[in-house]
Design a protein. Structure first.
Length: 101
């Protein structure tokens, strides 16, 4: 595969994944700095303030690309923490918007 073909194919894949992430953000009405409750496939529930999404490529064991949604943790008093959590899209069952504080 030529360098130009590789760059073109990589660009197509990036555009597809960015479009998918954007559709998920729209579906769940994800807005930066808004509080959400995240329900994961392991049965746990987390609360946090949405930061954004990012694409992560892995070269460990299996070569793959993942979409990660990042949130600032929520303190017990309902305020935003400086600590962040990221969740792989494959591990998220649902994201529920919480009332703004």
């Amino acid at each position: 595969m030529s360098t130009q073909n590789f760059k073109t194919k990589l660009s197509e894949i990036n555009n597809m994944l960015e479009s998918l992430a954007s559709k998920i953000e729209t579906h769940h009405n994800l807005i930066a700095d808004q509080p959400y409750q995240i329900h994961t496939t392991d049965g746990k529930t987390y609360t946090g303030f949405y930061i954004g999404s990012e694409l992560l490529a892995s070269n460990w064991k299996k070569k793959n690309v993942e979409i990660v949604f990042s949130f600032f943790k929520m303190k017990k008093d309902g305020k935003r923490s400086k600590l962040k959590n990221g969740y792989f899209i494959r591990d998220i069952l649902n994201i529920t918007e919480l009332p703004s504080q």
